[in-house]
Design a protein around this ligand. Structure first.
Ligand SMILES: C[S@@+](CC[C@H](N)C(=O)[O-])C[C@H]1O[C@@H](n2cnc3c(N)ncnc32)[C@H](O)[C@@H]1O
Length: 215
């Protein structure tokens, strides 16, 4: 299996895929009903690990124009910037999901479509995912939602949304065909007091996951 956790893998893959798009797992057609239920067109949206998916473009065409797209791959960010020059409200930035350069309490919705899956394939997977969730919680407004679309079953994903630096109300449902290739939609809503809870508990979580070096 390719090393989906390695940023070098993505750079090479996107060089090879120049001019193409590909949506992992699900596309806007399936996800729009959930997105429309959660936010309104004037809300701020963050796409974590956007890749060359058409999701953001489709959302933009449908009226959700305040979108910040980030990815670790400079190759794909340049490609997507070039494809979307006329979409003024949408930004494309090279950024690590573990180190977000956005203010606190800024976004209404953060969408992670299979980026958590990629991180979980890499080295230091558990601490890396915890760093991402810490950052995502920080940039979300209270009441804002982290939406993760993943092939990972709840037994392998819910633990990542319940470390004690997080104060999220978590729910999930199956999307796509149940028997063959089911995908899961996880919704994590930021609760009141989350920032304080993170400040209190992050050091412990970091120490546990760094010492444990799970995965
Ligand atoms: C499985 S692909 C999903 C792409 C896109 N979200 C989609 O649904 O088609 C994972 C994406 O995460 C990006 N990625 C991996 N590690 C990252 C990191 N630390 N920070 C930001 N993006 C990352 C990869 O470059 C890749 O574009």
């Amino acid at each position: 299996m390719p090393n989906y956790g390695d940023p070098e893998y993505w750079e090479k893959r996107y060089e090879e895929q120049k001019g193409k798009t590909f949506d992992w797992l699900e596309d806007y057609e399936t996800l729009s009903i959930f997105i429309k239920h959660l936010i309104s067109p004037d809300n701020r949206i963050l796409i974590l690990g956007c890749g060359n998916a058409e999701l953001s473009e489709d959302m933009y065409q449908d009226g959700f124009t305040h979108i910040d797209n980030i990815d670790i791959s400079s190759v794909v960010i340049q490609q997507m910037k070039d494809r979307n020059l006329e979409k003024n409200d949408m930004s494309w930035t090279v950024m690590d999901v573990m180190d977000l350069k956005f203010p606190n309490n800024y976004f209404d919705l953060a969408i992670d479509k299979s980026t958590i899956d990629a991180l979980l394939c890499g080295d230091n997977a558990f601490i890396n995912v915890a760093k991402m969730t810490k950052e995502v919680q920080r940039v979300l407004k209270v009441g804002g939602v982290y939406m993760a679309i993943s092939y990972g079953i709840p037994d392998t994903r819910l633990e990542h949304f319940s470390w004690k630096h997080l104060n999220w109300e978590v729910s999930y449902q199956i999307i796509g065909p149940e028997l063959d290739g089911a995908h899961y939609l996880y919704l994590c809503r930021k609760k009141e007091g989350a920032d304080e809870i993170c400040d209190e508990n992050w050091e412990d979580v970091e120490a546990t996951l760094t010492e444990g070096k799970t995965e």
